[in-house]
Design a protein around this ligand. Structure first.
Ligand SMILES: [Mn+2]
Length: 343
């Protein structure tokens, strides 16, 4: 079942990738805009970087990149090495490509510009609405968008340069959490990049994040404030923290919870990040992006989604209501009642 699904997802994305390549070859777009997701991470930025290289080689286009609401610190550093021309709002583009963007709203101030040209999506997040896109290359089973980009290179029979190979490997190592959630396909793709000269040590070094005092304090605080429920065999944790929600939820899963919700208010917006173990996903089939974050967001009038074991949503409801909604949704999803066990 799983392997048949995985083939379909891959075959479908290959079929659409061919369509994308012939669009590039036939139309030879002059200007191509790449748009990363809001607060771009290494996969979003470096997959754009690699795909921009392919677009220039196939169509001779002029390529530039837009990062809505700025990038995270590690991407700021990566941009010094993997350079892309900055896009301008006043410029017009023939084709726009959203890379690793799980929801059109994550294009922020670039959404309109994006929809004003032929719009392409290259992504590994689940999508419910693909009507926005002229061409949508989506493979949910790819662990990083860069795996999809590498397949497009192969389809186009182009050999990525050393620099482009390294960029794709960095993205893969980042999104696979240092290969801990890699699939066989991730490893095969990583090995191909290594055989093209990319270095695993360099990838680890380039995506490292500096230890941040504020982040450590947020994580410790979130553990102190945690309240824990038990549902059948599962331990489900909730905590309130106003920054680094994703890192806090991940830390709580690392110390033993099966699922962790970390929510708080940042810049007036309620944000909840959710993480689970792979074991929880495999055994319950509960996909945090589709079954929890997207549902909570839609019931609270917010926006959310994500992957099977990592997801988040935003809304304007008070944090207490958002977390209560999460408790309710996961209880329904598990069909088990939850008992509070601490504090
Ligand atoms: Mn990604």
């Amino acid at each position: 079942m799983r392997s048949r699904e995985s083939k379909n997802s891959r075959n479908e994305s290959l079929r659409v990738s061919r369509k994308f390549l012939s669009l590039l070859e036939n139309e030879k777009p002059k200007r191509v805009l790449f748009v990363c997701h809001r607060s771009a991470d290494p996969d979003s930025y470096l997959s754009s970087y690699a795909l921009a290289n392919l677009v220039r080689r196939v169509a001779g286009s002029r390529t530039s990149v837009a990062i809505p609401q700025g990038e995270v610190e590690v991407v700021r550093r990566l941009r010094q090495k993997y350079r892309m021309r900055e896009a301008k709002q006043e410029m017009s583009y023939d084709i726009s490509i959203a890379v690793d963007v799980g929801n059109i709203e994550l294009l922020g101030e670039w959404k309109e510009k994006f929809l004003n040209s032929k719009s392409i999506l290259v992504d590994h997040h689940p999508h419910t609405d693909l009507d926005y896109y002229t061409v949508a290359i989506v493979d949910q089973l790819a662990v990083s968008t860069s795996e999809i980009v590498l397949r497009i290179f192969e389809l186009a029979r182009l050999k990525p340069s050393l620099l482009v190979s390294q960029a794709m490997l960095d993205a893969m190592i980042y999104d696979s959490q240092h290969l801990s959630i890699a699939t066989e396909n991730t490893l095969i793709a990583a090995a191909k990049l290594i055989s093209l000269g990319a270095s695993l040590d360099l990838a680890r070094d380039e995506i490292r994040t500096e230890r941040s005092y504020d982040q450590v304090i947020a994580r410790l605080k979130s553990a102190m404030r945690m309240y824990l429920y038990r549902a059948g065999e599962w331990l489900i944790a909730f905590t309130k923290v106003n920054s680094f929600q994703a890192q806090c939820a991940r830390s709580i899963v690392q110390i033993g919870a099966d699922v962790a919700f970390a929510g708080g208010v940042t810049d007036g917006t309620t944000r909840v990040s959710i993480r689970s173990t792979q074991n929880f996903f495999v055994r319950t089939g509960i996909h945090l992006g589709n079954d929890i974050a997207a549902r909570a967001a839609s019931e609270l009038g917010g926006l959310g989604g994500g992957h099977s074991t990592a997801a988040s949503f935003e809304c304007s409801a008070p944090i207490e209501d958002a977390l209560a909604k999460c408790r309710n949704i996961i209880e329904r999803a598990l069909s088990l009642s939850m008992k509070r066990i601490m504090p």
